[in-house]
Design a protein around this ligand. Structure first.
Ligand code: MG
Length: 209
């Protein structure tokens, strides 16, 4: 019955540190250097600019836009590469992914821009286990994984909602929303008590799926 397992990326497969390092250290540090400002001041200016666009807007997710807007003399690949050491696979993810990929088609469904998703996944060494990588922002022009995102996911996979299970760390966008369109979901929350739909250890998936 279930054919596809779809995973969120940040906070589910990898910890969310990498993105924060790029956006809140990499960009401000470069900005500070280029405009001869203290880093704290550069960070305040950069954050103010991010806020002026806001996360409801696609540009907010577009690193290329920000490097151009700030006129920073660093390329996107160079910036993304600089922080690759912060990409960390979360506990037990590798063994669970390896086990599940023999029985299901595994996909990534993230709202991060594709360039981040590919960088992170590439660094984990788990890329080969995923047949598709879908970025809400880059592929569908959507900033959040609302119901429309999951409907498009079904279309792209050529699957009915009943054939997909989604796993992710956001209580709304990875758990409640997919259920609204008929996709079974598990909320990965290491801080919570496990109860059927909430898993606090990735290995729980091996019993559930
Ligand atoms: Mg997440």
């Amino acid at each position: 019955m279930k054919k596809f397992i779809s995973f969120d990326l940040d906070g589910t497969i990898v910890d969310g540190r990498y993105g924060n390092m790029v956006w809140l250290e990499g960009v401000p540090e470069r900005y500070a250097e280029q405009y001869s400002l203290p880093v704290a001041e550069a960070l305040a200016e950069v954050k103010k600019a991010y806020d002026s666009v806001g996360e409801a807007h696609l540009l907010w997710y577009d690193i290329d836009y920000w490097l151009r807007r700030f006129d920073l003399a660093i390329s996107v690949p160079e910036l993304l590469d600089r922080y690759r050491g912060y990409i960390r696979v979360l506990p037990h993810v590798a063994e669970v992914i390896e086990a599940l990929h023999t029985r299901y088609e595994l996909v990534i469904a993230s709202n991060a821009a594709r360039i981040f998703v590919e960088k992170e996944l590439g660094h984990t060494g788990l890329e080969r286990y995923f047949s598709r990588v879908i970025s809400a922002t880059s592929d569908f022009g959507m900033v959040k994984k609302e119901q429309g995102f999951y409907r498009r996911l079904c279309e792209v996979l050529g699957a009915s909602p009943a054939e997909i299970v989604h796993v992710g760390d956001h209580a709304v966008f990875d758990f409640e929303v997919p259920r609204l369109v008929g996709i079974d979901s598990y909320h990965y929350n290491p801080a919570a008590a496990a109860n059927g739909a909430v898993i606090n250890d990735f290995t729980d998936l091996l019993e559930l799926l």
